[in-house]
Ligand binder design. Sequence first.
Ligand code: GLY
Length: 358
Amino acid sequence: MQNLSVKIGSTEKNCPIVIDNCELSALSEDVLKVVGKNNCLAVFSEKVFKLYGNFLKFPKERIFILKDGEKEKTFKTCQKILDKALKLKLTRKDYIIAVGGGVCGDIAGFAASIYMRGIHLIQIPTTLLACVDSSVGGKTGVDTKFGKNLIGSFYQPDCVFINTNFLKTLDERQFKTGLGEVVKYAFIEKNCGCDEDFNLINYLSLNSEKILARNSKILEELIRICVSLKISVVEKDEHEGGLRKILNFGHTYAHAVEKLTNYKKYTHGEAVVKGIEFVFQFAYKRGEILESYKYVAEDLIKKYNFKKIPDFNIKKIISAMKLDKKAESDGIVFILPTDCGSVRELKAVDNEILKYFG
Ligand code: GLY
């Protein structure tokens, strides 16, 4: 078992993060210990409930089942969660518990942040992506017809329980999409300001077979590394005013790919890997990284055999990047690799991108 915690200055909230592979019945006991005498509402993703509902001993009348898929991440569904919480007469002392992947954590987290202006929240991420990214750091939200995550809040959970047993049944594509975010951490490690030196590029390179075989000890360590890096960034910049932007490494291009393919053709992690390849090309063409570092990145990505995404028309990509919620009026912001595990921010105008990719 590994115990980490996030300390956010603005709220003085200390959020423990437990990474474990204990039996799921023991996990729910631990969660219910945190809830104590208070009430709770457990928001389960449907798939997770079918697979694990019997092992996680939450009171049946206190369960909300969230249908699977990003299309459920709406205000309407959030309203249903809030109605259920109201019916159960939850008070501010009570808890919403999110059990599922990123969609579940985001929507349940958002509901928790606005229910009675905020009630307690526990995250139990069940996908690799949610374990290493979305369950930590307090971003919550819903999608609207104008775009993804346009409505939301920063709302830190009281506790995150990560259990690697959930990852055993994750389908290969979902597992790989989580690995896309894991690879991202390797290339930004030195900017995260973490006291511990993980050399994640090396770790991922040396352990690729064990990671792909989902060796539970190695996965636990991998998650610990990624979560430690994320905590280090979020503690310094909760609201993405500066440093937290590095977590968007590869994401500027990735969001454009997802938008151009209506969020249907590729998973988020697949798009992030394509985005990482793009920023490596960009930095190399600008003369900012050595060819040898570009090869290191390409070799690492090859080892994980991510789904190949073809190149898109650059003008279409530029238009889509400009519509992103993180776009700025005087240029498109990229996080570029500079040196092994280091990155920097670059704001580029259309012509500069077209010069190298047109
Ligand atoms: N997923 C990026 C962040 O939490 O900032």
